[in-house]
Design a protein around this ligand. Structure first.
Ligand code: ADP
Ligand code: MG
Length: 476
């Protein structure tokens, strides 16, 4: 029986569904329509160019696998994209694009000596350490320095990363330890250093590896009795980047083996770059001798980006994707997601996806819904900064004036209203709210909240302002 496009795609979907989250499946696979199957080329129709790029970037490995499984080793995928209709063109048209077949950059397996050539490695006359092995660097080209926005929060880390990239192993920053909270750019910066080194010194062997993967490889090596090969392999690397070393906590054997690798590399002037979610002093369950080595070089922290940096990051991402969003939408995202860049980016991507799926214009309204639905609860509450901005826009006042000492009536009122809503809508302490409003103490904030409540009970006009503002601030 010959296969048809619907049958083949249906079988592909079954496998895909088992391999990704339901939310991702609904967002990215349900809207796809299979259109034809010809000479082992399956054509699927996707709603937009962005959609196509997203699939290529995130699901190509999986897609390729299922296509090959359902069709044949020669099976290929082709996309047909419905172009957005605009004013002059009411009939959607399609463009065809082949799957890029680009090499998956993420999680590419690294070649370990373990499975290269067992005979050679067992031969005592061949010193494994001298054998150059083609090592996939595991670097993601989009995590470059160019794409990393500089701000106060990352200046030291970025600058030291830059220095290391220009002179790997030749600065005092060895190891370079980058630490900071979740989603603040540690992985990105670590890749950026690796990419820059690869660009400038193509002969150097650069390897990025997550500490979890390192630990698993080590366990496998123990099982297969190939720990020596494992150690030799890592000792051959010129620039070793290990992400999230806090994962080694409590894993004594892994720490031991890493200690040996570390010493060897360091003694030979090789560069080591580490990232961690906390500074060395706060790492529990880590051997003292390893901790003291972490402190040999430089520990640089990444903080949460301020508003300007967040806006710049969003703008950079949009520019990179050739997308232009209304300014109020960008501002809303930057204001409301203020602790985690990854979440902010996730919200942007979801927004773009939803907009192109439903062929809706990207409006503030849609942005609010998205943030509400997809951002974790902690980040979902409106921020003090956002409240201040909405209040200032409403009364047509410049934002900085709230933080000034001015006692002009309308400014005082706007300040008090901001404090009132901050108290009502965020989990911030009174002291924190005060700090955001030009360094007021908690008693002032409390007083402001009472004044606003009293006024709203007696002054109709004032109450109307509050109701208006509350509507603007509430995330539907
Ligand atoms: P971490 O490793 O600290 O958890 P990541 O490096 O994975 O964080 O960063 C999360 C996301 O935020 C990535 O997509 C990264 O590109 C982006 N990002 C973080 N900081 C910046 C920055 N300064 N400029 C541009 N993008 C950034
Ligand atoms: Mg990371």
């Amino acid at each position: 029986m010959s296969k048809n496009h619907e049958g083949v795609w249906g079988s592909c979907l079954k496998v895909i569904k088992d391999n990704i989250s339901l939310q991702a499946y609904k967002t990215w696979f349900e809207p796809i329509v299979p259109v034809k199957l010809e000479n082992d080329v399956l054509t699927i129709q996707v709603p937009s160019h962005f959609f196509y790029e997203w699939l290529e970037e995130n699901y190509i490995t999986l897609l390729r696998k299922v296509i090959k499984k359902e069709l044949s080793a020669e099976g290929r995928l082709e996309y047909s994209i419905i172009m957005e209709n605009n004013m002059t063109n009411s009939v959607p048209y399609t463009v065809k694009l082949p799957a890029l077949n680009q090499k998956a950059l993420k999680n590419a397996p690294i070649s370990m000596p373990l499975n290269i050539n067992e005979k050679q490695i067992r031969n005592p006359f061949i010193i494994p350490g001298l054998k150059k092995v083609n090592v996939d660097s595991n670097l993601n080209p989009s995590y470059s320095f160019d794409n990393f926005v500089e701000g106060d929060c990352n200046r030291l880390a970025r600058a030291s990363g830059y220095a290391v990239a220009n002179k790997p192993g030749g600065t005092a920053f060895n190891p370079l330890l980058i630490y900071g909270g979740v989603g603040l750019g540690k992985t990105h910066l670590a890749h950026a250093i690796g990419i820059s080194i690869k660009d400038q010194f193509p002969n150097k062997t650069v390897l990025y590896v997550g500490s979890e993967k390192f630990a698993h490889q080590f366990i496998d090596a123990i099982k297969n009795q190939t720990t020596n090969d494992f150690i030799h392999f890592y000792q051959m690397i010129d620039v070793l980047i290990i992400d999230d070393v806090q994962f080694f906590s409590g894993k004594e054997k892994t720490q031991d083996v890493f200690f040996h690798v570390f010493n060897h590399l360091h003694q030979n002037g090789k560069q080591i770059i580490l990232t961690s979610d906390k500074p060395p002093v706060e790492m529990q369950g880590m051997e003292q001798r390893l901790l003291s080595r972490f402190k040999w070089g430089l520990s640089a922290d990444l903080g949460a980006p301020d508003l300007e940096t967040r806006m710049a990051i969003l703008e950079k991402k949009m520019y990179g994707n050739g997308i232009d969003l209304p300014k109020d939408v960008v501002e809303y995202l930057a204001y409301s997601i203020n602790t985690n860049v990854r979440e902010m980016e996730g919200a942007l991507n979801t927004l773009l996806a939803q907009a192109s799926l439903n062929k809706k214009a990207i409006t503030l309204e849609l942005a609010k819904q998205m943030v509400d639905k997809f951002v974790k609860n902690t980040a979902r509450e409106v921020s003090i900064e956002y409240i201040q901005k909405v209040v200032c826009d409403y009364f047509d006042l410049p934002l900085e004036i709230l933080k000034s000492k001015t006692r002009k009536r309308e400014v005082v009122q706007a300040r008090q209203i901001s404090m009132y809503f901050s108290k009502k809508m965020t989990k911030s302490s009174l002291a924190n709210i005060g700090a955001h409003c030009g360094g007021k103490d908690h008693a002032t904030v409390l007083h402001a909240c009472r004044t606003v409540t009293n006024l709203s009970e007696t002054d109709k006009q004032f109450r109307a302002y509050l109701e208006d503002l509350e509507k603007k601030l509430t995330i539907q």
